[in-house]
Design a binder for this molecule. Structure first.
Ligand code: NAD
Ligand code: ZN
Length: 265
């Protein structure tokens, strides 16, 4: 890491120490070092293959049984190994540590990979759902996949409202679950600092989160190897991979805490 980056890391740690209520907005970039490819960016899946169609959810609603059968048969013929075998990387653990020491209060993630929870994060809102969960499209109730008995023929029916139960992962064209939106915006209104990690910050409504924090006078810290539309309005930008930068931020926070304690003593 360059000296310049070291200086920015110290500055980011100082901002975290000065802030009253820190939240994080997370994108696919944080899991790149766990072996899950991003969609955008130079190596992104969509950059190579093109963006998928926007009417996936419409197709699902037109014939949920057909959609379900296709999905179950795809799963039976082998999963998706880079997703199934992914483990949290040092950035996920650093965020969990920031929460544990009270330096960061809530994670708003656009990822579906569950790696924050595996790393120990507790306060989390998932904008795009979680691939290990199922959700009723009628009443929004959620289950862990293992809690439901899944057959190959048809999606389960919700015991509460008889609605269709689908994977919690938000499809293209599907509305963002309202509970995730409302909690995220409540957190954004409370925050005076937002860490923006591994997201291109162009997908709304998630991209509104840092804009709300900034509108209320809060500061933004960006962690991303590449420039984004937010970079110019950030208090500090950490240009490096999250798996290297985030543990260094936690370390700088600790060092600064020790220095303050030594001066006070
Ligand atoms: P995105 O638009 O948030 O872009 C990814 C960003 O990550 C880019 O700005 C890129 O520069 C940055 N990045 C790449 N490597 C990084 C690293 N090592 N450290 C920090 N930043 C890094 O996300 P997307 O890929 O366009 O995906 C769109 C949506 O698809 C996501 O919001 C998410 O819902 C979903 N998705 C989820 C996962 C996952 O769950 N892991 C993976 C891919 C896509
Ligand atoms: Zn229901």
């Amino acid at each position: 890491m360059t000296t310049d980056l070291d200086g920015c890391i110290s500055k980011a740690a100082r901002i975290l120490r000065e802030s009253r209520y820190v939240i994080s907005l997370i994108g696919a970039g944080i899991s790149a070092e766990s072996g899950i490819p991003t969609f955008r960016g130079p190596d992104g899946l969509w950059t190579r293959l093109g963006e998928p169609s926007n009417n996936q959810y419409q197709h699902f609603l037109e014939d949920p049984k057909a959609w379900w059968r296709q999905r179950m048969s795809a799963q039976a013929s082998g999963g998706n190994s880079h997703w199934d075998n992914a483990k949290p990387n040092p950035a996920h653990y650093a965020l969990a540590e920031l929460e544990r020491i009270g330096a960061m209060r809530h994670v708003i993630t656009q990822n579906i990979d569950n790696l924050h929870q595996v790393a120990g994060t507790r306060g989390i809102s998932e904008f795009h759902g979680n691939r290990f969960k199922m959700r009723c499209i009628g009443c929004n109730r959620r289950w862990d996949r293992a809690e439901l008995e899944l057959t190959a023929e048809a999606p389960p029916e919700c015991p509460d409202c008889h609605g269709i139960v689908k994977s919690d992962t938000v499809m293209f064209g599907e509305p963002i679950p309202p509970d995730a939106i409302s909690r995220s915006f409540e957190e954004a209104e409370k925050a005076d600092c937002c860490l923006v990690i591994g997201t291109s910050a162009v997908v709304y409504p998630a991209a509104n989160v840092p804009l709300i924090v900034r509108r209320n006078g809060g500061r933004l810290i960006e962690v991303n190897p590449l420039e984004t539309p937010l970079s110019d309005v950030c208090a500090v930008v950490l240009r490096g991979p999250a798996g290297e930068v985030m543990p260094a931020v936690v370390e700088a926070l600790r060092r600064q805490g020790n220095e303050t304690a030594a001066t006070a003593g």
